[in-house]
Design a protein around this ligand. Structure first.
Ligand SMILES: [Zn+2]
Ligand SMILES: [Zn+2]
Ligand SMILES: [Zn+2]
Ligand SMILES: [Zn+2]
Length: 348
């Protein structure tokens, strides 16, 4: 992730809506693909103040009405889309009549924008149903129906909401955006990390399995990740929740959950690959020399090890969990190589 510069010279960050130094409103300009200072226009709308741009803009509806977005849309021939290039993927959004849901939705959108930044950095294809993209990508952010608890009332129906992916549709339970709840789940499930961005990177891994592997590259997938039909997903799931991961799983899997079934292994490996790309891209823009996401896999992994070592030690100094808990064994390297090849074929 890059950082950007305000007209006043102060540094702007990807999530900013205001410049903390001069107070200018800021947001993501689709004209120059950056966080830029905005000038409010008398006739309505905004102008991008970046010297090379000057695009006429409107705030995304979710920025203007709910403050859960910081993106703008271009005004072309007097018209503009209602929602930005990230928000237009939403199918169901949280019920805002429930206290705390706006803040949780904002956290979900911030993670989703970061996901799209990395997908676009890798030039991975994605699109909506309106654009005719197959399979179309969409998101639902929903809460469980637990009327007595009062906290997680549903926005749609009465059943429990499972975070997951089906046919391009990604559902995330709003409670994942609650820090206390998410940390409790992380400890319960014995995970080294549990984050919103991690959920998005995992679920999009299932999406890219559908898009890039299903019916196209399944033989190569089976060779590396195993046969998804034996055992079936249902059997594997039941076995995992009864018996847990096999002893010695860290030699072959990036996480315990990856050991559940080849599809989960692929999604976890894909998420780890996106972690690596995002961390290297950020390290590059922060001035770590000789480090970038755009390299051969061996170079990426050696750079990631270098950055990871530094970040882990810094985190330990502050009593935080390791930034990079994973150890890349030869088996995991082969799985990452499969994902690396798929990503480069798709972007080419
Ligand atoms: Zn400023
Ligand atoms: Zn601009
Ligand atoms: Zn938006
Ligand atoms: Zn999954």
């Amino acid at each position: 992730m890059k950082t950007y510069e305000c007209v006043c010279g102060a540094r702007l960050f990807f999530d900013n809506t205001h410049c903390l130094a001069c107070g200018h409103e800021v947001g993501w300009c689709p004209g120059c693909a950056r966080i830029s200072a905005l000038e409010s226009l008398a006739e309505g709308g905004y102008r991008c103040l970046h010297e090379d741009c000057g695009a006429a803009l409107l705030k995304c509806g979710n920025y203007a009405d709910h403050d859960v977005c910081n993106r703008l849309v271009a005004i072309v021939d007097g018209r503009a889309e209602a929602l930005c290039d990230c928000c237009r993927y939403n199918d169901v959004v949280p019920d805002l009549s429930i206290e705390g849901h706006r803040e949780r939705w904002a956290a979900l959108e911030a993670a989703k924008r970061r996901l799209f930044y990395t997908l676009d950095l890798l030039a991975l294809p994605h699109g909506t149903a309106d654009e005719g993209f197959d399979p179309p990508l969409s998101f639902s952010f929903m809460a469980d129906a637990l009327p007595d608890a009062g906290l997680w009332r549903s926005t749609a129906g009465s059943e429990r909401v499972y975070t997951g992916h089906a046919g391009g549709h990604i559902t995330i339970n709003v409670k994942e955006a609650d820090d206390v709840e998410r940390e409790r789940l992380r400890v319960d499930m014995n995970e080294s990390h549990r984050t919103l961005i991690g959920h998005f990177r995992h679920e999009i891994g299932h999406y890219y399995w559908d898009l890039l592997v299903k019916g196209r590259d399944e033989d190569a997938f089976r060779e590396i990740f195993g046969d998804p039909a034996a055992p079936s997903y249902g059997e594997a799931l039941e076995r995992y929740y009864e018996a847990g991961p096999p002893a010695g799983w860290p030699a072959d899997f990036v996480s315990a959950y990856a050991a559940m079934h080849p599809w989960e292994d692929f999604a976890e490996t894909f998420a780890f690959y996106l972690d690596i790309v995002a961390v290297l891209d950020t390290a590059h823009h922060l001035g770590f020399s000789g480090i970038d996401h755009d390299a051969s896999l061996p170079r990426m992994l050696s750079a990631f090890q270098q950055v990871g070592l530094a970040a882990n030690e810094l985190n330990r100094e502050m009593g935080l969990t390791d930034l990079v808990p994973e150890v890349v064994t030869p088996t995991i390297r082969d799985k990452l190589a499969h994902v690396h090849r798929l990503v480069h074929q798709a972007s080419g």
